[in-house]
Design a protein around this ligand. Structure first.
Ligand code: ZN
Ligand code: ZN
Length: 334
């Protein structure tokens, strides 16, 4: 059992059970393997925002045609999007979310919430209005059992035994998606977005290691089993962006540990939303790999997104985006 506490710290004896294989097998890592790519996430986000046609998606994301084609195909193959013909002559298709795709709504809403608080994504609508109560609101990510907001210090993890783990997700090319982002778009490449964290596999896994309480450089390196140059690069980025802070815990010789800042800790609901989605749609028996328990109520943690004004669970068709910036559309009626 690995317990989070106020410092996001876990007992060393428990984290010793972590291994690269374990970390790559957890549902969040498996979700990252499907949607953890900057262009994929942008496409999903924009379809949720109501943009369904290839040309609209291409213009909004500022993405190369071939890149978008391959990402949309992968999303159709993964059963997240489906193609629907909207015109016969000449034949034209648009992309719609399947039930599995609509299941990503809490992921999109928790991303929106974080960007509003900490980020700089100018493409996101500034305000959300809940149609059912008519009020402006912020999505809140709460425990579906007790209704408390999900916070990093309130979760207890139980790791499964190694023989019950699924095969790890095969590694993908280790590109820095952020670099390709600035090359392919007109968007200011210096604007850091949450997509830069979860849209890059290793950055996401460094975050996951932090959730398990790993803080020391050597422990993180050993657990992730990645090249030290990649790890150093990702930690530097996370420190630069204020997600983590670096502290010396020993002076001679100098040794450093990395702790999540409040900005970093606030990313946690996104990880739980991704865990929930993977648990429902990707990974059979997810709880035998890792079981999340909500400490305040003692139940298996399953989150849900509710309206901060009325407390109702948020559904895609019931949320309206205020048209406060150009290019904002009405939400899809699915
Ligand atoms: Zn609870
Ligand atoms: Zn409401």
């Amino acid at each position: 059992v690995v317990e989070g506490n106020e410092a996001g710290q876990a007992l060393a004896a428990d984290t010793a059970a972590l291994s690269p294989q374990m970390l790559l097998s957890i549902p969040v890592a498996q979700a990252l393997a499907v949607i953890g790519d900057r262009w994929t996430l942008l496409a999903i986000r924009d379809v949720f925002l109501g943009f369904r046609r290839f040309e609209d998606l291409r213009r909004r994301g500022g993405v190369a045609r071939g890149t978008l084609t391959s990402r949309l195909k992968a999303l159709v193959d993964a059963g997240i999007l489906c193609r629907v013909q909207y015109q016969l002559a000449p034949p034209r298709d648009e992309y719609r979310l399947t039930e599995k795709g609509l299941g990503l709504y809490p992921v999109i809403l928790t991303i929106w919430r974080w960007e509003q608080r900490w980020g700089g994504d100018q493409e996101l609508p500034r305000e959300l209005v809940h149609r059912n109560c008519g009020q402006r609101m912020e999505p809140q990510f709460v425990c579906s059992e007790c209704g408390e907001e999900v916070a990093i210090g309130d979760t207890r993890y139980t790791l499964g035994s190694a023989d019950r783990q699924l095969a790890p997700v095969p590694p993908r090319s280790q590109r820095r998606t952020r670099a390709s982002a600035s090359a392919e778009t007109d968007v200011d490449g210096e604007v850091f977005q949450v997509l830069d964290i979860i849209g890059d596999r290793w950055t996401g896994l460094v975050q996951a290691a932090a959730y398990f309480g790993l803080r020391r450089y050597d422990d993180i390196a050993a657990t992730l089993g990645i090249a030290t140059s990649i790890l150093a690069d990702r930690l530097k980025l996370l420190v630069h962006e204020g997600i983590m802070e670096r502290r010396a815990y020993q002076l001679r010789p100098a040794r450093y540990e990395y702790r999540l800042t409040p900005k970093g800790r606030d990313l946690y609901p996104i990880a739980v939303a991704m865990h929930d989605w993977a648990r429902r749609w990707l990974v059979a028996d997810a709880d035998t790999i890792i079981r999340l328990e909500h400490r305040p109520c003692g139940s298996v943690l399953v989150g849900r997104c509710i309206c901060s004004a009325c407390g109702e669970e948020l559904q895609p068709a019931a949320v309206r985006f205020a048209r406060s910036n150009p290019g904002t559309a009405t939400p899809p009626a699915q």
